[in-house]
Design a protein around this ligand. Structure first.
Ligand code: NCD
Length: 317
């Protein structure tokens, strides 16, 4: 087992062996989560604080359940009601919480880089639950586990990531992870939703969805992130669906056994056909949610092991 990281801030900082370690342990947690008795003691006595400065349904619920199943004391800070509203800075809030001796901080923030900054100011393990358009490492790890379980491997696959790439931290983390594990990544979307210079990441870029989907093993759909758009990036939702919405006809270009993924929340009829999203023969969207809890358990377990070792060695205190 190799996992040396002190924080989980992004896929960028993980080695392929560390990714494999998380996935291996997560696989074991999938089995635990399917039992009636779901408790383990990996985080017993530890305090986990979830700080979500942006709305979240599945990620927050998933981190909360993961912590509780491992025996941690879990607190959800309501950031809408916090002192941030009274003008306190992110760093002051973090320092205040830090003084209460948490062991694990799970942070989501609308600004790219905010979670890295915060990690420098506290002496506990920090997990990035999504920062702006930067990274969403646990999402990429849960996607990787879903792919590995569906395809039997996580290398030499052809994966298409489709839609609003420019605003997506999910896309960024997935591009990095899939690249590190030696897969081929294709990005499909209108040029207005493609980040400049993206081809330098070793990906192939398509604005014709049918051509982009030709022969792929995995189709990963993304939501149009309207909250991060400040202008007209697409002509209309109808036109967008026509060109970039995934339906059975476009999916027919992919391999016959290609799987369909979506991180949620989904806009049915905008980026994906609702019937296809519910088709259990093609869509693994519910599996992604299931893998999410297991991956977060594995990530927090591994960080807690490193935290204990470094506290013993006096690194954190
Ligand atoms: C994603 C996110 O927040 O980045 N969702 C998630 O974590 N399940 C993607 C999105 O919001 O579209």
């Amino acid at each position: 087992m190799t996992f040396e990281a002190k924080h989980l801030l992004g896929i960028e900082y993980l080695k392929p062996e560390e990714i494999r370690t998380v996935l291996e342990l997560a696989d074991q947690y999938v089995d635990l989560n399917r039992r009636t008795q779901k408790h383990s003691e990996a985080l017993i006595g530890l305090t986990q604080i979830n700080m979500f400065f942006e709305n979240s349904t599945r990620t927050q619920a998933s981190f909360e359940l993961a912590g509780k199943r491992l025996g941690a004391d879990v607190m959800n800070m309501s950031m809408q009601a916090s002192s941030i509203k009274k003008g306190e800075s992110l760093i002051d809030t973090a320092l205040t919480l830090n003084a209460m001796h948490p062991d694990i901080l799970v942070v989501r923030h609308p600004q790219s880089g905010a979670v890295n900054l915060l990690a420098e100011k506290v002496n506990c393990a920090v997990l990035n639950a999504g920062d702006g358009r930067h990274e969403h490492p646990t999402q990429a790890l849960l996607d990787a586990l879903t792919i590995q379980r569906a395809k039997g491997r996580l290398h030499r696959l052809s994966v298409a990531i489709c839609g609003d790439i420019a605003h997506s931290r999910v896309a960024r983390s997935n591009i990095l992870l899939l690249g590190k594990m030696e897969n081929r990544v294709r990005l499909i979307g209108p040029p207005t939703l493609m980040p400049a210079g993206i081809a330098d990441f070793g990906v192939e870029v398509f604005d014709d969805m049918r051509a982009g989907l030709e022969g792929v093993d995995v189709v990963m759909m993304l939501r149009l992130q309207r909250e991060r758009m400040d202008g007209g990036f697409i002509p209309s939702e109808r036109e967008y669906y026509h060109r970039f919405g995934l339906d059975a006809e476009k999916l027919a270009r992919a391999k016959a056994d290609a799987i369909v993924m979506h991180p949620g929340p989904m806009n049915r009829g905008v980026e994906i056909d609702g019937t296809l999203a519910d088709d259990i023969n093609r869509s693994v969207i519910q599996e992604q949610v299931e893998m999410g809890v297991a991956v977060r358990m594995a990530a927090m377990d591994l960080l807690a092991r490193n935290l204990r070792t470094s506290k013993q060695e006096g690194i954190y205190v």
